[in-house]
Ligand binder design. Structure first.
Ligand code: OSB
Ligand code: MG
Length: 369
């Protein structure tokens, strides 16, 4: 594509309810949108960085700055380019994978729209629908949690993920099992809230037939996860630790995980996410798509990825109304039996609704080569 301009927009997206994890509570998403304007088409992407650097080291203001000062100058300098070249051009800049992913995805969306190719087809998706799971906040009390879970199961979600932390783990898990039974697909996510010395405690989760325990230990503690896997029977799934296909390979080879959560932003984009998928598939390691409270833009693109064949577990891709009263795009909806359709129109398959975008936009910056 031949980039004429890039627009960066900050959008404030209020959440329908606070999202509480072991690392903090979010009540609003501070979204950074990237819009790539070319002669043929325009591409959109959202950056999944959080407002504060609590999930990982990236954060929205930092992503904004690295895009304007370090990433776009390199792309502008390169002249006409394809999405497949973006990662290589941005390689001299270390880290900042969420920022890079947003830039690459916006270029890819423009490129695929111009070529009339849906993202799912580009990535090699074989499914038409994805099984929707839902990530459930830490609540103030068990009864409140049970009400929330009841609502999600009634809506049709096919898998429940409970956020856990020390002091909120075995009790809520036991209560959900007791109330909703053994058949509910259930898993937990600690967002790195435990340490190696919690191994015995975490092994108590084995009694509840969980699909997996996600990222119990620190992002950098691969050996700790491998050690934990020898004490805990529940399969260990990594999220924060898997920052690339290389990291996935290492984690699998060293026995640090048996399942991988793939977030395109965390690994630097959809093309690297596909490589993570391929590494896992070759090793017989199942994957599922993680989420970062995306608007319809990110949600639509994640659906395309989750259509690849080794996505054999339900993903953290829920309907727009799980988080937003008014999404930026036409809402992503779920069937009564918990499936979401993968978009079939070119590129990521959605675009912001202009009036909604205008209303929620906080600031806009246009950069040109
Ligand atoms: O760890 O998977 C996580 C949201 C923000 C940051 C990290 C995580 C999450 C979720 C929500 O669990 C997934 C979603 O529904 O988008
Ligand atoms: Mg997680």
């Amino acid at each position: 594509v031949d980039i004429e301009a890039v627009e960066l927009r900050r959008v404030g997206m209020p959440l329908t309810s606070p999202f509480r994890t072991s690392f903090g509570t979010q009540t609003e998403r501070d979204v950074l949108l990237v819009r790539v304007i070319t002669g043929q088409a325009e591409g959109w992407a959202e950056c999944v960085a959080t407002a504060d650097p609590l999930y990982s080291s990236e954060f929205t203001d930092g992503a904004h700055r690295v895009i304007t000062d370090h990433l776009l100058p390199r792309l502008f300098h390169a002249g006409p380019l394809s999405a497949e070249q973006v990662a290589e051009l941005l390689k001299p800049v270390r880290g900042h994978r969420m920022a890079k992913a947003a830039v690459e995805t916006a270029v890819l969306d423009a490129q695929l729209k111009a070529a009339g190719i849906p993202l799912g087809r580009c990535l090699g998706a074989t499914a038409t629908h994805v099984e929707a799971g839902v990530s459930v906040s830490i609540h103030d009390s068990v009864p409140e949690l049970l009400d929330a879970v009841a609502g999600y199961l009634d809506a049709g979600y096919r898998r429940i993920k409970l956020k856990i932390q020390p002091g909120w783990d075995t009790e809520p898990v036991a209560a959900v099992r007791e109330r909703f039974g053994e058949d509910v697909l259930l898993q937990v996510d600690a967002n790195a809230a435990y340490t190696r010395s919690d191994a015995r405690h975490l092994a108590q989760l084995d009694a509840f037939g969980l699909l997996l325990v996600e990222q119990p230990l620190d992002e950098e503690d691969m050996a700790g996860h491998a050690e934990l896997a020898r004490v805990v029977r529940t399969p260990i799934c990594l999220d924060e630790s898997i920052v690339s296909a290389q990291a996935a390979y290492e984690a699998i080879r060293t026995g640090a995980c048996a399942i991988v959560n793939i977030k395109p932003g965390r690994v630097g984009g959809y093309l690297e996410a596909r490589r993570v998928h391929d590494v896992c598939a070759a090793a017989g390691i199942p994957v599922w798509a993680g989420g970062m409270l995306e608007t319809g833009l990110g949600r639509a693109a994640n659906l395309a990825l989750a259509g690849l064949p080794n996505f054999t577990l339900p993903s953290d891709i829920s309907a727009s109304d799980r988080y937003f009263e008014q999404d930026l795009t036409e809402p992503i909806t779920m069937t009564d039996d918990g499936h979401i359709q993968i978009p079939t129109t070119p590129g990521i398959g959605v675009a912001p609704i202009p009036e909604v975008l205008a209303e929620l936009t906080v600031s806009t910056l246009v950069l040109k080569p």
